[in-house]
Design a binder for this molecule. Structure first.
Ligand SMILES: Cc1cc2nc3c(=O)[nH]c(=O)nc-3n(C[C@H](O)[C@H](O)[C@H](O)COP(=O)(O)OP(=O)(O)OC[C@H]3O[C@@H](n4cnc5c(N)ncnc54)[C@H](O)[C@@H]3O)c2cc1C
Length: 650
């Protein structure tokens, strides 16, 4: 009977083992897992800490006994593969409970050892309570520390997926959280302007951000207080530290066996997941694969690819000609009420290639605006020009954001174009979507750009534009224009444009803006047909003002926000029954602002106004409106059950 040994019993390893048994009944399968648990839900660990997943046993998807009973797979937990003898086809194993070593022989060996958290040798790291998160025992340690040490403040180093999930879950446990990040944005796989919406959501939920500030050292001072000391010197007093700055592939076993290793420490495999030794396969976080779009080597640590690669290995061992086509990096993360999701290439990545691309931004609602609870999705679609082939997409928004990214991921997989997005027939009913789904909308807008029906300009073109014989035309309402616009812009609302055409100079390049791009599009079409040179601001002023907020502005808001948050909560509790409530949820621009202005006009004396909205852009509008109007004081701005709420008091 042929023997297969699998090293690592979680995502990739457990998948390989189970599929292999489904394909080959007469084969001996042994899984070596150095940890206590096999096939556990590592993706659920932050939610266990946050007490969303209440019971640890819910994280244990299968026990070794279940693997044996159902699949006759021998899972050896607490057993570490120490070395590989490729000549003799044996693995040396150490039982971590008994400390005894033994040897197993194999016909095929599968490596799925995963990755380990990066822990740089920071000065003082041993003097402070620092945690990383990879395993169930890690999550138990963090959970117990939060509970037993009465943690009030946590510092999370790293604003990646795990850092963001930990921020939300610790907040959920009542802990104050600060994220310290080396880059000028959280979530490195997406572009900065989309990450700014994540920054906004974090701040609105009371999470502080210290961006562009790499951590330098830690300190425990004489009165037993712990400090994180970043490069800027702005030290942070904290009760615990979560280090989430990324992972490195677990490659020691493979390296010592002289298998080929890539420049970033990944095990190199071919399309069939074979290493440089044809009897040894490798899958998951530890391997270097090809990017599906560029065909360049890469390594992206995600559960989906690890599972799929495991299935491919089982197929190949069973004699099937299955191949891994490359990774797309489809990912999603929940950041409080925001779903942030991406697939394919970001603009940052594309800038390093020769690919000619264009991008569009849209902000459609996640479902029909008239059905309660609609929330916008800010979506950036990047495509090749002139072919329209889709290269990448990223979005931040309400429920259903990830569904749109998944649809586009499927189109990318089939090498589709923006014209395919236009044609997709997708499900629709008011609680779920719109007759023209956001995916179709992305296709319509991108196709309009390629066909020349809607020439566009971008938020980062502003300096160039100002020097280009330009006339910046804001086609929003006078009220919207008044609370904030691009410097030098002239206001003619789209409703008046036809009758005020003589105010638009014919000898200038016209750069249009509106709030999200739609009224700008209508105006662009009108002016093009009247013979003007026109471009519309993609994503509108909403994207512009969010994208250009500087790190200093974000940091300033954050630096003070710990105190502001406390003050706000105090103020909120003092606002009792004496208010009128207005629900502007589901309205997209300029709906919430118009509702605010109208409600304030009609507000009886001595009453306060409490207004709910789901458009995150309302935060900036309401702040600007309050600043501009002496009679209006913003009493509170924050989140209640996912809805943005504020008390402007006239
Ligand atoms: C907190 C957290 C949240 C995550 N959330 C998501 C998410 O939401 N979505 C997503 O796509 N991905 C997520 N991931 C990433 C995902 O879990 C990994 O990409 C995936 O588990 C990788 O599978 P793998 O088989 O390569 O490694 P793992 O699943 O990590 O399994 C590797 C196993 O190998 C064992 N091992 C290593 N060396 C040896 C040895 N020498 N001998 C015996 N055993 C060994 C390890 O103990 C480990 O259990 C998350 C990861 C973490 C830690």
């Amino acid at each position: 009977m042929k023997k297969v040994i699998i090293v690592g019993g979680v995502a990739g390893g457990a998948s390989t083992a189970a599929r292999l048994r489904r394909l080959m009944e007469d084969i001996k399968i042994t899984v070596l897992e150095k940890g206590e648990y096999v096939s556990f839900a590592n993706c659920g660990l932050p939610y266990y800490i946050g007490h969303i997943i209440k019971d640890q046993s819910q994280l244990e998807l299968m026990t070794p006994e279940e693997f044996w009973d159902r699949f006759r797979i021998d899972i050896k937990v607490n057993n570490e593969a120490i070395s590989i003898n490729r000549k003799r086809k044996t693995v040396s194993v150490k039982n971590l409970e008994s400390d005894k070593a033994f040897e197993l022989d194999y016909d095929y060996l599968v490596l799925s050892p995963g990755a380990t958290p990066i822990i740089p040798p920071f000065e003082g790291i041993g003097d402070v309570p620092v945690f990383t998160l990879r395993t169930i025992p890690d999550s138990v340690k963090i959970k117990q520390f939060v509970e037993k040490s009465d943690v009030k403040h946590a510092t999370i180093i790293g604003g990646g997926f795990i850092g963001l999930e930990m921020a939300e879950n610790l907040k959920h446990r009542g802990v104050k959280v600060k994220i310290v990040e080396m880059l000028d944005q959280v979530m490195a796989p997406i572009d900065k302007e989309i990450a700014q919406f994540v920054h906004q959501e974090l701040l609105l939920n009371g999470v502080c951000l210290q961006l562009e500030d790499p951590v330098d050292s830690f300190k425990c001072d004489s009165d037993n207080c712990f400090y994180v000391i970043p490069k800027s010197g702005k030290k942070i007093k904290t009760d615990m530290i979560i280090l989430a700055i990324g992972v490195k592939p677990e490659y020691n076993l493979a390296k010592e066996a002289d298998l080929k290793i890539g420049p970033r420490g990944h095990i190199i495999v071919d399309e069939q997941m074979k290493t440089s030794d044809p009897s040894i396969f490798a899958v998951g976080d530890a391997v270097q694969v090809k990017n599906f779009i560029t065909q360049e080597p890469t390594g992206i640590p995600l559960a989906g690819p690890a599972n799929k690669q495991g299935r491919i290995v089982a197929d190949v061992i069973a004699g099937r000609d299955t191949k891994y086509q490359g990774i797309l990096g489809a990912s999603v993360v929940k950041v409080f009420d925001l779903t942030v999701s991406t697939v394919g290439l970001s603009e940052k990545q594309l800038k390093k290639t020769d690919i000619k691309y264009e991008k569009i931004y849209i902000h459609p609602n996640n479902h029909a605006g008239y059905y309660p609870g609609a929330v916008p999705i800010t979506l950036k679609l990047i495509f090749e020009v002139p072919s329209g082939k889709i290269l990448g997409v990223q979005a931040a928004g309400g429920p259903g954001t990830e569904k749109r990214i998944d649809v586009i991921a499927t189109v990318i997989k089939f090498k589709g174009t923006v014209f395919d997005l236009e044609e997709l027939e997708l499900t629709y009913a008011p609680p779920f979507g719109s007759a023209k789904d956001p995916v179709n909308m992305a296709g319509f807008v991108a196709a309009n750009v390629i066909k020349g029906d809607m020439p566009i300009w971008h938020w980062h073109d502003i300096v160039k534009i100002k020097n280009n014989n330009s006339f910046i035309l804001d086609v929003r309402t006078p009220e919207e224009y008044q609370i904030g616009t691009i410097e030098g812009a002239v206001n003619i609302s789209d409703l008046e444009l036809r009758t005020r055409l003589d105010e638009v100079p014919r000898d200038k390049n016209i750069y249009i803006l509106c709030e999200v791009g739609f009224r700008g599009y209508l105006s662009t079409r009108l002016l093009i047909q009247k013979g003007y040179h026109v471009k519309n601001l993609s994503g509108g002023y909403k994207l512009f003002k969010t994208a250009i907020a500087t790190t200093e502005e974000i940091a300033a808001e954050c630096g003070a926000s710990e105190e502001i948050m406390e003050e706000m909560v105090e103020r909120k509790t003092t606002i009792t029954e004496d208010y009128i409530e207005v629900d502007a949820c589901g309205l997209s621009c300029p709906g919430p602002l118009t509702a605010l202005i109208k409600s304030l006009e009609a507000l009886p004396e001595n009453k306060k106004l409490k207004i709910y909205a789901t458009d995150p852009g309302f935060k900036a509008s309401v702040e600007a409106y309050a600043k501009l109007n002496d009679a209006v004081t913003l009493l509170y701005l924050g989140k209640e059950e996912g809805k943005l709420v504020n008390f402007p008091n006239e």
